[in-house]
Every structure is written in C-alpha cells, then in structure tokens.
Design a protein around this ligand. Structure first.
Ligand code: NAD
Ligand code: IPM
Ligand code: MN
Length: 349
C-alpha cells in the first residue's frame, strides 16, 4: 500500500470551509484503495499573522517541502484591512510557496459542465486549459518605490521574463496541447510589451516548430477577454504570463458557472518539489462563516491532485461525482457542507 504525505493549508475565510469538504471527498475516494493520505495541517494565513506576526517561516517552508503534495484553501484577509500590510500574506505566503517550490506551471482548466449556471446565452462547448506561468512576470517583486508620498513618487514593478522560464512553460503547454485538441493560443500584449512579447513569441514559434501538428495562434490579452465571452469554444490550451493568466482565469471561471467551480494546480512538473492544489478563488471575506461557499472548486482541485499523483481512476471518479452534482443542481440554496456531502454520496453510490 502507498502512503502519500499531504500538507494541508486550510487558510483564511472560506478556505477552511471548502477544504473540510475537499478532505471528506479525498477520504471517500481513497477508502479501501490501498492509498493513504497522511496529512499534516499547517495553520497559516492572515489569522496566523495577526496572532504571531509570522507569514511563512523557513521552518514552515522546509516542513511543507518535505511532503509529496499540498492542498490549500485560500489565504488573505479582507482587502484593505489596516491590520494586514497590503500584500503581506499574498506575497509572503502564497507567492513564496509558488516560487520556492518552483511551481512554474499554474494549471487552470475551464470546462462548462452540463447544467452549470453560466452567464452566456449560447456558450457552446467550453473546455480549455490556461497554462499560466507561475514563477515570473510582474509577480517576482523586482521593483521598488522612491520618493514615497511626494508628488514625485516613482513606483516600479518590473515584469521578469527569462528565456529559461518562458521556454519551460511553453514546452509544457505544447505537450498538453498534443494530448488534447492540438490547439495552442499564446496570449500576451506584444503590441505594447515589446521586449517580453518578443521573447514569448519567438519561443512559442521555436517550440511550435517541434510540434507541427499543434495549431498555434496568438491573441492580445484585451482581445482574448472578448473571445472568452463571445466564443470561448475556440480555445483549447492558452499559454500566458503570470499576471494575464491570473486575470483571464477569474473571467474563465465566471463564464463556466462561477468562481466556485474553478480548480487549479501549481505544478512543479520536474517533481523536485511538491505541487500545490487550490481553488482559483480567494478567501471570500464577504461570505466567510456563512456556509455559503461552493466547495466544488476545492473538490475539483483534489481531482487535479489525484491526477498529478498518478491516481487517474480516483481523479476521474471525483470529477464525475462533482459533474453529476452540478448537473443535478436547481435553484434551491445549499450549504457548503450539503454540497460536499452530496458529492461524497455520489462517490459512495
Ligand atoms: P475572492 O475570490 O475571495 O472573492 C471574489 C468573489 O467571489 C466574492 O464575491 C466571493 O464571495 C466570491 N467567491 C469566491 N469563492 C467562492 C466560492 N467558493 N463560492 C461562492 N462564491 C465565491 O477574491 P477577493 O475578494 O479579491 O479576495 C479576497 C482575499 O483572498 C484577498 O485577501 C485576496 O488577496 C485573497 N486571494 C487568495 C487567493 C489564494 O489563496 N489562492 C486567491 C485569490 C484571492
Ligand atoms: C490567484 C490569486 C493570487 C494570484 C494572489 C492572491 C497572489 O489571485 O491564485 O489567482 O494573483 O496569483
Ligand atoms: Mn487570482
């Protein structure tokens, strides 16, 4: 029998609420399977910071890194909370994990499941994956401010794009496209961001030459937002930088039935570090503690986790159970727990 060491970071707000349901599903789908998930919980996030002043200590990071995989709810407080320095938790915890564990592929699938309450009148078939670069771009923290508070303040955030970093994520995206419908769209803003745009374009062309059967196209990010609403069915694999990928995947979540359904994986494909699975959404302070959060995104993140660990059959069962639950939804409101329990019931059936 196999033991998987799983680090669980429930986090803040609705994070612990959705992770409780995700763990129920993990328990149900692995019961009697010969695979045991040995879990370590890490109480990290805005709550921990307010209590102790710590975001993620070196010891926390080392302990997390010794696991096989990570499941995370969401971290961060109410935007603008004066007790939390802006970006403290996001940068010091979430981004530190993604960078330190070299999660260079931020995998964000978007699928319109039958019955999902999408906002589009004629959505067509929506089934694409955003391969968002996870370790570079404007997220790196290469910048700074001078003359702060004066009329001459200068505030810089430099987008970092390395040939190494772009090539590896582009390669991953092409390999994924080969296993899917063989279509890859580069999204960037080459008409304005000429330096990084040129690098991305050249590397997509170069790696694309090794994949002649993958059809490649390019969209500026502003136009990509149009097509995500008017014709999302045109997309198969989208490859893009860290910031564009962040924005596009909230939009993608919204057009496929809501952010409560959108799952993600922060992947280290080389396997040198544990990969981390989490919903695309945040801690939702506006609904936290009200049992209103949809745990489906966290549950589908468990499916991505299982898939990543080579447990394809269990992954498919989780996705199927969530899909069936979505298909059976009507307008009656359900609590976070009721949705989790219903999905567990379907797994047991
Ligand atoms: P958010 O995703 O938390 O919330 C945006 C909107 O979506 C809110 O109205 C919320 O109620 C709704 N929503 C989110 N998840 C939902 C769910 N499962 N079911 C139903 N509705 C849901 O984004 P925000 O308000 O911009 O951010 C709140 C905090 O979360 C901030 O501190 C932010 O930095 C942080 N954040 C963390 C992560 C993460 O940990 N991965 C991701 C995004 C935002
Ligand atoms: C996400 C979040 C994070 C991001 C923030 C909280 C740092 O929005 O996971 O999409 O921008 O990557
Ligand atoms: Mn985001």
């Amino acid at each position: 029998s196999r033991v998987v060491k799983l680090a669980v970071i429930p986090g803040d707000g609705i994070g612990p609420e959705v992770i409780a349901e995700a763990e129920k599903v993990l328990d149900a789908v692995t019961a009697g399977s010969g695979v045991t998930f040995e879990r370590t919980r890490f109480a990290l996030g805005a709550g921990r910071f307010l209590e102790t002043g710590d975001t993620l200590t070196d010891a926390d990071l080392a302990a997390i890194a010794s696991h096989d995989a990570i499941l995370l709810g969401a971290v961060g407080g109410t935007p603008g909370d004066p007790r939390l320095k802006d970006a403290n938790i996001e940068r010091g915890l979430l981004l530190r994990l993604r960078f330190a564990l070299d999660h260079y592929v931020n995998l964000r699938p978007s699928k319109l499941y039958p019955g999902a309450p999408g906002p589009l009148a004629e959505p067509g078939d929506i089934d694409f994956v955003v391969v968002r670069e996870g370790t570079e771009g404007p997220y790196v923290g290469n910048g700074g401010s001078i003359r702060v508070g004066t009329p001459h303040e200068i505030a810089n955030e430099t987008s970092v794009n390395t040939a190494f970093g772009v090539e590896r994520v582009v390669r991953y995206a092409f390999e994924l496209a080969e296993r899917r419908r063989k279509k890859l769209t580069l999204v960037h803003k080459t008409n304005v961001l000429v330096n990084s745009g040129s690098l991305w374009k050249r590397l997509v062309d170069a790696v694309g030459a090794e994949h002649p059967d993958v059809a490649v196209d390019y969209l500026h990010v502003d136009a990509a937002t149009i097509f995500l609403v008017t014709n999302p069915g045109r997309f198969d694999v989208i490859v893009t930088d860290n910031l564009f990928g962040d924005i596009l995947t909230d939009l993608a979540g919204a057009v496929t039935g809501g952010i409560g359904l959108a799952a993600s994986g922060n992947i280290n494909p080389d396997g040198a570090f544990p990969s981390m699975f989490e919903p695309v959404h945040g801690s939702a302070p506006d609904i936290a503690g009200q049992h209103k959060a949809d745990p489906t995104a966290a549950i589908l993140s468990v499916s991505l986790l299982l898939d990543h660990l080579g447990l394809a059959e269990q992954a498919a069962r989780v996705t199927r159970a969530a899909e069936d639950d979505i298909a059976a939804r009507d307008d009656s409101p359900r609590t976070t727990m009721q949705i989790g329990d219903a999905i567990v019931e379907r797994l047991r059936a």
